[in-house]
Design a protein around this ligand. Sequence first.
Ligand SMILES: NC(=O)C1=CN([C@@H]2O[C@H](COP(=O)(O)OP(=O)(O)OC[C@H]3O[C@@H](n4cnc5c(N)ncnc54)[C@H](OP(=O)(O)O)[C@@H]3O)[C@@H](O)[C@H]2O)C=CC1
Ligand SMILES: O=C1O[C@H](COP(=O)(O)O)[C@@H](O)[C@H](O)[C@H]1O
Length: 512
Amino acid sequence: MEPHKKINQPTIVFIFGGSGDLNKRKLTPALYNLFADGHLPEMFLVVGLGRTDYSDTSFRNYLLKNLKTFSRRKVDAKLWKEFSQKIAYLDFDANVKNDYNKIGKLIEATEKKWKAAPDVLFYMAVSPAIVPPIVTSLSRLNICKQKNCSRIVVEKPFGHDLESARALNKLLLTYFDERQIYRIDHFLGKETVQNILALRFANALFEPIWNKRYIDYVQITAAESIGIEDRGDYYDKAGALRDMVQNHIIQLLCMIATEPPVSFEDNEVRNKKMDVLNAIRKIKKEEVSRYAVRGQYAGGWMKGKKVKSYLEEKHVAENSSTETFAAIKFYIDNWRWQNVPFYVRTGKYLPDKSTLIIIKFKEAPKFSFPAQATDNWKANKLIIRIQPEMDIRITFQAKIPGQEMLLAPVDMIFDYDESFKEAQPEAYETLLLDAMTGDATQFMRGDQVEKAWEIIMPVLDFWAEKKATDFPNYLPGSWGPDQSDALIATDGRSWDLVIPKNNAHADNRSKK
Ligand SMILES: NC(=O)C1=CN([C@@H]2O[C@H](COP(=O)(O)OP(=O)(O)OC[C@H]3O[C@@H](n4cnc5c(N)ncnc54)[C@H](OP(=O)(O)O)[C@@H]3O)[C@@H](O)[C@H]2O)C=CC1
Ligand SMILES: O=C1O[C@H](COP(=O)(O)O)[C@@H](O)[C@H](O)[C@H]1O
């Protein structure tokens, strides 16, 4: 059967940074799986670009080796042989003007061979610093704004701060129209994230209680059990706030907080998210310590393995003040969310890889049961587990079977694997297909990216000026620095326990 989304138009994808980590781990596996599922057109070419010395053949071999590790489906030799014929490599240095002519020539030759003008997708899988020179030089090829057939995908982080993001937007808009620009945030391609829209807007059940009258708080956790690995060069200039909060976490917050869109037309969805971003309360620089906490990991033990401190990692500056943990309390000043705190946190070397959103409801107005009914009275929670576990659960009180009215918290669970047999595409598959078919709904518009920077700039500025004096301040395998608990404890609350892998209830159940 033909897949629902099938590209028919001949297409060339240029991956700048073809020799890099993102391509080998995410982009090529995504394209291979799209090919295997029949989404790609017969006339399709993917071209990796970089300075590393590869021939087409050695590049294909390098990708195949990695594909075996990173593809969600087992690599099929026959399928790979067919797909690999659609892969090429261009020796390319972004700083060498003549190298851009190779791109023009390749497009011309391919057009001749296919006897059809291809759509062209430029994918910027390179560090933000070399995106501007590439874009400027590409514009000379006369295939950007002048032709509707070209699109550009720009990876995160989009710029380094508000100023550079504005400059990058301005530059991109000089050579491309907004509808040709795809600012990617791979969290928006995750099944569980896209499902938040279905949960909220395909069901009448939740909407009446999805507001300040019934919701006590929202918590978003994006915990990682790995350190920065070999990414010190990038990470030390970024830190957790730029790496995870400015983009992924703020996008998750928008999904939870947005008003219902009238349609799923790209600008309608993005306008609604923009309304949320506009309503996020500005954190003043002098208030940063009340709203934000930073941490950096010390050396120690992680799951029985000795690990280095952040400061001992490769390419990290001496006495670096870069944060590997960040927690922030946001408020959204609108009718729906007035005074409902959104607590968010992210960090490296936390106990588990776990991204989840907890919506805690207010307690029932009156506890009518006898006092001995439970010592574990808990308000309802809606828990959306994004990854690696993928489920949605509602916790509520139930009567323990027996002659007495005794209560215990239980879960009602929707588990993806139990409910659906369909294979789950990786986020990059979904987003690459969207970009190739011209659907920008799950990509960020220029104003959204700038607004997200505006929201975190006071925190970034304050942290840059006021060097951390207590770093390192958390141990690998812990939930970050003590100040993170204090941030939420001042409101009389605590971080909810993350549900362990065996799906058992994280709270202590009490049965009298
Ligand atoms: N890796 C990941 O999982 C993720 C990455 N990203 C983003 O993707 C982007 C790329 O990241 P990643 O792949 O990890 O980075 P890498 O450092 O692994 O790759 C960088 C790439 O840029 C190329 N490059 C660098 N300088 C030049 C130049 N002067 N001319 C031509 N090519 C050049 C390198 O090729 P060569 O050395 O051969 O020239 C290499 O292919 C970043 O913006 C990152 O934030 C986003 C989400 C996840
Ligand atoms: O963008 C990034 O995301 C990853 C986490 O993504 P996930 O899909 O594996 O949860 C993070 O490790 C990385 O530092 C960051 O750049």
